[in-house]
Design a protein around this ligand. Structure first.
Ligand code: TYM
Length: 327
């Protein structure tokens, strides 16, 4: 039997090269070998306030980004999370069986996102990893390809699956997170000790997949490096240049060690100019594909995905409902 892959992205901001490198580029490779399900997780996006019109647009936008990156709807299932209400139902059941306050209190992403105002954020933001566990466990997922920041949430999904199975029998498969060796955590351009994030208020920290090409080039040219003279890879001591080397390496498909050799004796100026060109070429090809899909096509793809996963989800939910005694 082929392994099942599940992953998703929130339509909560402008997707950037971090999302592409950490998540989507892995998916494109995996669909060659596995049964893949990719979701546009809109009910995760509303854990922070969203403008309804913007959200509607972003759902289409994220789907087009999956398609432009090379996710093939003939091979993989693409669907919108909110179109399958079983996800929120299962999240509720996990809230009662499997997830504990102590687990959620440990989640570093919640601590980061809630900041100092922990009492004033939505209950949804706090509970978000439980909905993510429901997404993953619904489909007997084997592998969850994500960036480094989501590993802790996948760990929780594993704990929930084990606890539920202990109590009610073998209902859920215990999944595994897979992160890239390099590029699991792409850093911000201006503050390379923090993660590149689509919700960053300063979009100069990110190269957006739909950025204007000239603006994207300027962002690369302005990226923070350090005061050393040479091009070298050392993410701890030299996070800025190491981050740029990682982006360069993934996008151009060249090992970092080769790039370091190529730039021996050259300075940051030359390096950044070349990287800006590599990024520009990547974005312009990507955006050409992105623009080739109509909204109408996207709606048809999402609807066909919904039909496929709904059957699987309903089958799983009947087992779960019976196990806990509501049927
Ligand atoms: P989200 O929408 O924040 O991010 C989508 C994916 O992009 C990865 N990522 C990064 N990778 C490398 N460097 C970065 N700077 C970077 N920023 C983001 C994320 O790790 C993620 O893989 N909760 C999830 C969405 C989700 C999900 C799921 C994922 C909901 N249900 C089930 C997998 C399985 C999230 O908010 O990702």
């Amino acid at each position: 039997m082929k392994k099942t892959i599940f992953s998703g992205i929130q339509p909560s901001g402008r997707l950037n090269v971090g999302n592409y490198i950490g998540a989507i580029s892995q998916w494109v490779e995996m669909q060659k070998e596995y049964d893949c399900i990719f979701s546009v997780v809109d009910y995760h996006a509303i854990t922070v306030k969203q403008d309804p019109e913007e959200l509607r647009k972003r759902i289409i936008e994220v789907t087009k980004i999956y398609l432009a990156a090379g996710i093939d709807p003939k091979k993989s299932i693409i669907f919108q999370q909110s179109a399958v209400p079983a996800h929120t139902e299962l999240a509720w059941i996990f809230n009662c069986y499997g997830a504990y306050i102590a687990d959620l209190n440990k989640m570093t992403q919640f601590k980061d996102k809630a900041g100092k105002d922990r009492e004033a954020v939505s209950v949804g933001l706090y509970d978000y990893p439980v909905l993510m566990a429901a997404d993953i466990l619904m489909y007997d997922t084997d592998i969850v390809p994500v960036g480094e920041d989501q590993k802790q949430h996948v760990e929780l999904a594993r704990d929930i699956a084990r606890r539920f199975n202990n109590e009610f029998g073998n209902i859920f498969k215990v999944p595994e997170a897979v992160v890239r060796q390099e590029g699991a955590r792409i850093m911000s351009l201006l503050e390379p000790t923090k993660k590149m994030s689509k919700s960053d208020a300063n979009q100069n920290n990110c190269v957006g997949l739909l950025d204007d090409i000239e603006i994207a080039k300027k962002k690369i040219m302005r990226a923070v490096t350090d005061t050393e003279a040479n091009i070298a890879y050392d993410p701890i001591k030299r996070p800025g240049i190491s981050n740029l080397l990682t982006i360069y390496s993934v996008i151009s498909n060249k090992p970092i060690s080769d790039l370091v050799k190529d730039y021996q004796g050259k300075g940051y100026g030359d390096f950044k100019k070349d990287l800006a060109e590599v990024v520009a070429k990547f974005l312009s090809d990507f955006q050409k594909k992105y623009n080739s899909f109509s909204d109408q096509e996207v709606m048809v793809i999402l609807e066909s995905g919904r039909k496929k996963v709904e059957k699987m989800a309903n089958g799983k939910m009947e087992k779960v409902r019976r196990a806990i005694g509501v049927r």
